[in-house]
Structure formats: structure tokens, C-alpha cells
Design a protein around this ligand. Structure first.
Ligand code: MRU
Length: 353
């Protein structure tokens, strides 16, 4: 079962065309499948900021290619190092919560160090190779998460998910939805409730789009329906992705996840978080210091071109929240299923369990 679409694709330079990162513009879905070529650092940064590409792993991979584009523009400039440093700095200012972004930028920085003394063109090729490696690794990690997580689902299960943690949010396949896809591949029938995910509707626009394409039964609900759905509609588990996981298992994810976690706990329904270890931040002991992105009030007051809040009324728009580890039944990584206490069981980036 393949996605049938590419969230992001690297296009080599050819003829008079410069290299580009080609993105499926997620702000246009589900109305239109529009691909946009980003040929410089600024267009990649803009795409990340405006959620044309989004989801923690996909942001990391896109930023890595953004650094490679910076190197392309540095060829022959006499200041390759400064140009690439500038790219890393700009891309690091796009979105603060997903740690995958910073891990990817660190990897690109190390690749740049290792290429010190090489000709500019060779530095550029090394950075492209590093970004390609990150993309391939992410696809592989997601597959492994799916295989481990599928064991938690039975034939006929009903899953509630929030936001989009699917192929669109990664280099392919997905984390939370990767679990569903792997279960479906092994012959299990799964029905997914997708919370619409106010204010930008990643659940309604994106999760339902990719599930429908893969023939998985999906029902969209407004976020406010989650409590009643958990009580009345036979939900077996909640599965979400994450943007950053602290060493103790506190989980940052799309705003609304914490509320869902509280409701799931009250109903005795397990909450599983599916994420690669590139989402684990071992430097943060707890979730208290995870930086939470606050986005423009207009996303709430004027989303999708219509005023829905009277002018002058204040709006608070945090993009993420932190769910305390006590509410998380298991964390599924590429290494397997970690159970509480996470401080001992959760593998970190690049490490086994
Ligand atoms: O603001 P977004 O759409 O980038 O938020 C994405 C999420 O919250 C996802 O659940 C998370 O990044 C995990 S994606 C595999």
C-alpha cells in the first residue's frame, strides 16, 4: 500500500533550472493538489511557517533540503560557510516546537563541518546527500513505528486521532496513521475518527484526505464532539503523533491533545503516542520547558477568509499543548513500544531501547 503522493521531493538542477524542493502545498488540500518548487532558503522557510509543509518529521526533512539550497546559492560566492550558517539560522527561526527541525539542522551543520576544505560544489553535494539520508531514514523509521504499533490494534478496532500524523506529516507513511496503515496492511479493518483540529483543520482537510485515498474508513468530527464520541462510539484507543517528547514522556502535540488525553483517561481508553526517536528531546527532563509556538490570532478570528470573531476581541492561539506522561499509555517508536515509567524505557535519538 503506497501513499500515491509525495509530500516532498528533491529535484536536481538540470539545464538552466536550479535545484528545488518540490512540496505538495498542504494549505491547498483537499481542494487542490498543487505542487510548489522552492528554489531558495527563504521559500522553504516561508513554506514551513505557513504550513505548506508541516508535521514534525516533514519539517525536519524540508529544512535539511533548505540548507542544501543555501549551499547551492553559496557556490562560488567565496563565503560558503557564512551562507550555509545563514540558512541554518533562518530555518531555525521558522517554528519552535518540533525538535525534529533542530535535530535535522544539527545534522546539516555537522555535515558542513565534515566537508570543510572541500570545493564549494562538493560541499553542496555532501549537503544534498545528507538531506536525502534524513528523508530515507524518516520513511524507514515510520515503517518500523507502524509495524510495532499495529500489534496494539485488533481487527475491527475504532481509533480516534487528532491533527495529521500521516504521510503528509513525514517523509512518507506517517506515525499515528502509519500504525493504522500497517494494521490495514496486515488485514485488520480499522475505522478512524479524525478530529477536525481547529483552527487550521489538519484533521478535516489532511487526515481524512490521506485515509480516504488509502481506502481506510474515516469519519470527521468537530473537536468538541470528541468527549461524546469517546463515550458513545466504541473508540478502542486514541493515537496521536508528537512534536517533542521530554525524557520523562511528557508529550507536546497539536493543541487539543491534552484535552483529548484527559477525556480518554476519564473513559478508560488508552492514549498511544507514535513518534520516531528524532522527536525525543533527551535534554528536556520534563515537558515544562518545551517551547510552545503561538500563531497569529487571525487563524482563529479570520480563518479561511471569513470573520468569525468580532473585531477588537482578543484571541489566544497556541499551536501545541503538553500532555503529561501520566496520561500516556504507551509511546511507540521505531524501537518498539515503551510503557511507563518512560524515564527508563524511552529510547533517545539515535539510540536503541
Ligand atoms: O502545526 P502542525 O500541523 O505542524 O502540527 C502537527 C502535529 O501536531 C503532528 O501531530 C505532529 O507534528 C506529529 S507529525 C508525525
Amino acid at each position: 500500500m503506497t501513499a500515491g503522493f509525495e509530500t516532498l521531493r528533491w529535484r536536481e538542477a538540470g539545464g538552466r533550472s536550479p535545484p528545488a524542493l518540490v512540496l505538495l502545498d498542504q494549505t491547498r488540500l483537499p481542494e487542490e493538489e498543487r505542487r510548489i518548487p522552492c528554489a531558495d532558503v527563504e521559500s522553504v522557510a516561508e513554506a514551513i511557517e505557513s504550513l505548506r509543509v508541516r508535521g514534525a518529521p516533514a519539517i525536519g526533512v524540508a529544512a535539511a533540503y533548505g540548507v542544501a539550497l543555501g549551499a547551492w546559492h553559496g557556490i562560488g560566492s567565496g563565503c560558503m560557510r557564512a551562507t550555509v550558517d545563514g540558512a541554518v539560522e533562518r530555518l531555525g527561526r521558522t517554528r519552535p516546537t518540533a525538535v525534529n527541525l533542530f535535530q535535522a539542522l544539527d545534522r546539516m551543520d555537522s555535515a558542513l563541518e565534515e566537508a570543510a576544505g572541500l570545493a564549494d560544489v562538493e560541499v553542496y553535494h555532501r549537503l544534498v546527500a545528507e538531506a536525502r539520508g534524513l528523508q530515507a531514514a524518516d520513511a524507514d523509521l515510520c515503517r518500523r513505528i507502524g509495524e510495532h504499533g499495529a500489534a496494539l490494534l485488533e481487527d475491527g478496532d475504532t481509533v480516534l486521532t487528532h491533527c495529521n500524523a500521516g504521510a503528509l506529516a513525514t517523509a512518507g507513511w506517517g506515525t499515528a496513521l502509519g500504525v493504522v496503515y500497517a494494521a490495514a496492511e496486515s488485514g485488520k479493518r480499522v475505522h478512524v475518527y479524525a478530529g477536525e483540529t481547529r483552527p487550521l483543520l489538519q484533521g478535516a482537510r489532511l487526515t481524512s484526505w490521506e485515509l480516504q485515498r488509502r481506502g481506510i474508513a474515516v469519519t470527521v468530527i468537530c473537536d468538541g464532539a470528541a468527549g461524546a464520541v469517546l463515550r458513545d462510539r466504541g473508540v478502542d484507543c486514541v493515537i496521536t503523533g508528537s512534536d517533542r517528547i521530554a525524557a520523562n514522556g511528557d508529550v507536546a502535540n497539536k493543541i487539543g491533545t491534552y484535552g483529548l488525553a484527559l477525556m480518554a483517561r476519564a473513559r478508560g481508553i488508552p492514549l498511544y503516542v507514535a513518534a520516531p526517536t528524532t522527536t525525543v528531546d533527551p535534554e528536556l527532563a520534563t515537558g515544562d520547558r518545551i517551547p510552545i509556538e503561538e500563531r497569529a490570532p487571525e487563524e482563529i478570528s479570520n480563518g479561511f477568509g471569513r470573520a468569525t470573531v468580532p473585531e477588537g476581541v482578543s484571541v489566544y492561539n497556541p499551536a501545541f499543548d503538553v500532555t503529561p506522561h501520566e496520561l500516556v499509555s504507551a509511546i511507540i517508536t521505531e524501537h518498539g513500544i515503551s510503557r511507563p515509567p518512560y524515564a527508563g524505557s524511552l529510547p533517545g535519538p539515535g539510540k536503541g531501547a
